[in-house]
Design a protein around this ligand. Structure first.
Ligand SMILES: *Cc1c(COP(=O)(O)O)cnc(C)c1O
Length: 378
């Protein structure tokens, strides 16, 4: 039996409507047909990002938009502050380093959210800092940072807030304009329910003003060129046409459900997952400030962490994620992001139980599932 199920925090499952949209004959991109499609997509992306600013579409994975944020906003030698509480926080700092931007890193224990006071103190100590970089949802640890408070602190100190919203946009509420965020990036293979290959980036007016002054080198990811083209529903280079056809379909699904309902669904599925894991006697990595995108669970003592993900995948066709870097073998991660239903959660929780039992963890089958059932179907 080769039926498979995907519960990794990217790529995530893709609805059949989206797959079918991408399977249609490709159209040429320098045509009124493409422009009509693209214009509609760009308009609806503003709804998802909760902004009046243009949301630019780039042909790259999410990291492309992260790199674009650094190279378009800063000059070599300038100083920024990076909240580094996981693999993706490290990525911001690494990109800055490559561009000669000096990153003052706030190291946060993996699994914990940053303390806003520490960010404020760091800004006081570094009055030259131009921006604060962070993850709205740090996918490697399953943590949600205190996003609104961080946005307020950035405003208070007059620095740009640059947010990796790759597993936040379309998962929980991060209203860009209402919170005054300066840069928000996202990517296609998470809550947008698409394959990997598109990145999105939106900038505030203040951030756009910085783009003109920034001296970091850039070519493919020169946002000035993209803004000029995309404001005419065109693109600077060949767009990922079929992906944009898929994006049209996924935005239709998102609009039909509505952001409010989407946020409520992710909140419910994530709560059910966390409570189910606790009912099995397992400990959560991000117990205080969990993200609604993904739940990170500590591997119980005596169980081989790598074997959990491997057995689920190779024996039962269920893909979840393990830990990255320092968390490799120490956690497993269950995604409930994007095209995921209540029924899906019972499947993955039930299968995690089966595999943990097989690997020698003493548990009573069904305890996690029944906890999840209580929460999902009150
Ligand atoms: C997936 C992800 C990224 C982007 O990774 P890509 O492999 O470039 O798509 C960046 N940040 C976070 C928080 C992510 O979850």
């Amino acid at each position: 039996m080769e039926k498979t199920y995907l519960f990794a925090p990217g790529p995530t499952p893709i609805p059949p409507e989206v797959l079918l949209a991408m399977a249609r004959p490709i159209i040429h991109h320098r045509t009124p047909q493409f422009q009509k499609l693209f214009r509609g997509v760009l308009e609806d992306l503003k709804y998802v990002f909760q902004t009046q600013q243009p949301v630019l579409v780039l042909a790259s994975s999410g990291t492309g938009a992260m790199e674009a944020a650094v190279s378009n906003l800063l000059s070599p030698g300038e100083e920024v502050i990076t909240i580094r509480g996981g693999k993706f926080g490290e990525r911001w700092a690494e990109i800055c380093e490559v561009y000669g931007v000096r990153s003052v890193n706030i190291d946060v224990e993996w699994g914990k959210a940053v303390d806003p006071q520490v960010v404020e103190d760091t800004l006081k100590d570094h009055p030259q800092a131009k921006a604060v970089f962070w993850q709205a949802s740090e996918t490697s640890t399953g943590v949600k940072h205190p996003n609104q408070e961080l946005a307020q602190i950035c405003q208070k100190y007059g620095v740009l807030s640059v947010v990796d919203g790759i597993t936040a946009i379309g998962v929980f509420d991060v209203p860009m304009d209402a919170w005054g965020l300066d840069v928000v990036v996202s990517g296609s293979q998470k809550a947008f329910m698409l394959p990997p290959g598109l990145a999105f980036i939106a900038l505030s007016e203040k951030a756009w003003a910085r783009v003109e002054e920034a001296k970091c080198p850039r070519y493919y990811f020169d946002l000035r060129k993209e803004l000029k083209s995309q404001s005419k529903a065109d693109t600077a280079y060949t767009p990922a046409v079929s992906m944009i056809m898929g994006l049209r379909a996924s935005l239709d699904i998102i609009k039909r459900e509505g952001l409010e309902n989407i946020f409520a669904r992710h909140a419910l599925l994530s709560k059910a997952t966390r409570e189910a894991m606790k009912a099995l006697g397992l400990e959560l990595l991000a117990s205080e400030s969990p993200s609604e995108a993904v739940t990170a669970v500590k591997v119980p003592p005596g169980v081989d962490g790598g074997a959990i993900t491997k057995t689920l995948r190779d024996k039962y066709g269920v893909t979840i994620a393990g830990g990255q870097s320092q968390l490799k073998g120490k956690i497993f991660r269950i995604s409930h992001m994007g095209y995921v239903s209540k029924a899906d959660m019972l499947l993955v929780i039930g299968m995690v139980e089966v595999v943990l039992k097989e690997l020698g963890y003493p548990l009573e089958l069904g305890k996690g599932v029944s906890k999840a059932q209580e929460i999902l179907f009150p």
